[in-house]
Design a protein around this ligand. Sequence first.
Ligand code: GAP
Length: 431
Amino acid sequence: MEKNSNQLMEKIISLCKRRGFVFPGSEIYGGLANSWDYGPLGTELKNNIKQLWWKRFVHMRDDMVGIDAALIMNPKVWEASGHVATFSDPLVECKKCHHRFRADYIDSKNCPDCKGDLMEAKQFNLMLRTFLGPVEDKDSIVYFRPETAQAIFVDFKNVQETSRKKLPFGIAQIGKAFRNEITPGNFIFRTREFEQMEIEYFTKESLWEDSFEHWRSQMQAWMTNDLGLDKNNIHELDVPKSELAHYSKKTIDFEYDYPFGTKELYGLAYRTDFDLKNHFKEAPYRDEEAGEVLYPHVIEPSFGVDRSILAVLCDAYVEEKERIVLKLKPQLAPYKVAVFPLLKNKSELVEKAREIYNHLKQDFVVAWDDRGNIGKRYYSQDEIGTPYCVTVDFDTLEKGEVTVRDRDTMKQEKVTMKDLKQYITEKMYAN
Ligand code: GAP
């Protein structure tokens, strides 16, 4: 089947809804345009991605620490960062139907919907605003953060002094960001509320290129090893100077071949000392021993959580003759194992299966299914990416053996109950 098709995207969206990965937000009230809720399986997948990211980029490294900052910050932050003045997209409105578009996304002078004349383009600020406290006046305007990055800059001195990190080192954060996008769409690709995993890596100016290369390869490793994306579906785009964000001297976009086209997945930017200089009147980095006082320069690897999920789902989705399979890396799969009693009406099988299920639950996220025939139960787990299914049958009662079926090869193996955890762990990490 064509990987690039609207039809494929529709199938993925339908699977997400049918199986509880992602639902339309506020659905019972007719929805809210482009808002999505993660269901039970989507939440597991999302948490797995965030945990793996934190492990790779914070826990496994000596030069990284993490923060979790307030989402609404003093509005002066966004003035200093340049977002109030420049975080905008060009907006055009049709004089006839009044539909609005991003001027840089349409290639004609007329309205794409009704061919009417368009008004002149205006800059539209993308920050979502609200009022803090009971009085709604200009002094109580605040913004929902449009990126997690700024809190890292604002907290730089506190983090550096308390963690006593020396250059080069980085600060990571995972959290929600909001943008009043003019043209959200393509499922969870572009929404107005989304989640980011960001790193600001602080180094000396003379070393920025080394850091940039280091993070470029780290991002590639994350995409191919941790997320398991096919490297043929990932492309690097050197963003032309004219399109760089207001803070960046160099940016690479990592693009992914989504079913609706090749578009941005992540970004890697060299932000110079732009942000720290804007926020701190005096150089915020001091190393008494080395006699250094300076404004560090910043390399920023920025990852969208929702786009990670979308790319993972698109890459993993496979249609075979008789089944749909999500070939997720086992570490990402919502359930690692499913346990089935062969027959629902044989209480000794159900009891033994429950015992095994509870035993496995101490170490893995485990599904339970006792409905219908085993073949159907396998296919049902394949569709949500469960890598291993364990069937409890009469051999289990007599010989202490279960049947473990592998999602990808569909091969079945007999494994003794006492070796089961070890067997699953080894298989999981061999993948
Ligand atoms: N701090 C830098 C920054 O925010 P960005 O390229 O604007 O850079 C970084 O955003 C990442 O956040 C993107 O590569 C994408 O993965 C994700 N992202 C940005 N806008 C998004 C949106 N409206 N919906 C979903 N994800 C988005």
